[in-house]
Design a protein around this ligand. Structure first.
Ligand SMILES: N[C@@H](CCC(=O)N[C@@H](CS)C(=O)NCC(=O)O)C(=O)O
Length: 68
């Protein structure tokens, strides 16, 4: 059985990503955390958010939130 989770592209030391991680914690939103190397951003992330900044939250229904 596979479980679909929301997915959060993040970078540990980024204050915006910290805000997003806190937001998901306070909202008790279970997310799959994808730690990104900013110099080598994953194609999957750039496909849904071409501006290439973190955080990016992709909800399991496909909705993309790309601003903290
Ligand atoms: N307005 C954006 C700003 C996000 C942002 O600037 N994040 C930085 C890291 S702290 C980033 O991804 N920079 C892209 C890069 O360094 O390539 C937000 O609030 O989410």
């Amino acid at each position: 059985m596979t479980t679909s989770l929301h997915r959060l592209y993040s970078f540990r030391r980024c204050p915006y990503a910290m805000r997003a991680r806190l937001g998901t914690l306070f909202a008790e939103l279970k997310v799959e955390l994808r730690e990104v190397i900013l110099k080598n951003k994953p194609a999957q992330m750039l496909a849904i958010s071409p501006k290439g900044t973190v955080p990016v939250l992709q909800l399991f229904d496909g909705t993309v939130i790309e601003e903290s």
